[in-house]
Design a protein around this ligand. Sequence first.
Ligand code: FES
Length: 119
Amino acid sequence: MQVGKIFSRGDNVPTITLIAHTGEIHTLDVEEGTTVMEAAINNAVDGIIGECGGCCSCATCHCYIDSRWLDKLPVRGDLESEMLEFASSQAGPNSRLACQVEVTDALDGLVVTLPETQL
Ligand code: FES
């Protein structure tokens, strides 16, 4: 199942940065419409599991959005907020489920930090 394309640097697509709990940095070029969870999985980034495949029913894609980007994202939905209560790492005001964050041109440069654990 292909859920998004992996692009090479230089393509005109949004770039996002995922920062692992260990400090490892992954900068990814991501096709618009791909979720942050899909981008992480497609690029074998540790720290995102995405067990439910993006159905907002597992919370194994918990991530922390850099504060500079919070107001650029759509508001967190009720179901997403409820699922975050089951996240294994402490959720905070900047917590999101990566499967619910769709990358758009407006999110070019998005920075996301991954929690220590998803299980
Ligand atoms: S992948 Fe399951 S809630 Fe995001």
